[in-house]
Design a protein around this ligand. Sequence first.
Ligand code: G3H
Ligand code: 13P
Ligand code: ZN
Length: 304
Amino acid sequence: MLAAGKSILKKAYDSGYAVGAFNINNLEVLKAVVSAADELNAPIFVQATAGAIKYAGIEELAAMVRASAKKSKIPIALHLDHGPDLNHVRLCIEHGFTSVMLDGSHLPFAKNVSITKSAARIAHARKVCVEGELGRLKGVEEHVKSSRHVFTEPAEAKKFVALTKVDSLAVAIGTSHGAYKFRGKPKLEIKRLKEINSLLQMPLVLHGASSVPKELVSKADRYGAAIKGANGVPDSELRKAVRNGIAKVNQDTDLRIALVAAVRKFLKENPKEYDPRNILAPAMLSIKEVVKKRIKVLGSEGRA
Ligand code: G3H
Ligand code: 13P
Ligand code: ZN
């Protein structure tokens, strides 16, 4: 069932687990994600970026998530990921999204506050919850590019939440988007997270949280990809983050790599195949496995 983002997050935060937030662009990824969560009886966020909306179409995207959620028994929040402006916030709310993010993390503090506050006002009037972001993740997002981490300052985070009235906050504690996350040992700033959590006492969000499984990277490379050296956030670090206030964990890269590895393998082994349904079937299975593993690590299995 389609559910309010706020209640899913509150329950997760209060009970000490996190919900997986999975990016989707198309029907295949959506079906794989929902069937994994359904099988494990886990609440989830299904999220789309402005790029995903441009690719799939807002009507198509919202309609397929609504249809899928209607058939399923688990609570599913439909969320705007990295909303770049207020128009996207309005558009998504009009199309039934139950949660939105306004990403002003690239802006100076005062500007981030003012745009996020407006997003919260628009969303709360329609009982939709709002995620803001403070601090900057290294790497490239839709409209945000940063060559270095700008970690979230706990005192500033407290001020940001009080001024904007966001329902959850994405924090920068050492993760980054994409497939190359750490140069040395993968490690998150847990001490900083603890401080933020003790000051804020509200659901926190971890972006750039893919684990980039080694076996998927080598499978992709074995069949012609070139992503050697890709690495992600270890499960042990994710568990620590969840123990310290992270209630929503975003992943997209893992799903992308799972899809690419499976499609490459299938096409290599079946050169005569040209039916997309057959080509995408193993990709859906592989994505489903990735999602199931992630749900178990986050502790949201059986929490629907
Ligand atoms: O930050 C979220 C995604 O991994 C980037 O997705 O290519 O749809 O903007 P996008
Ligand atoms: P990954 O690139 O680690 O999958 O992060 C995705 C994300 O944060 C979406 O908002
Ligand atoms: Zn993100």
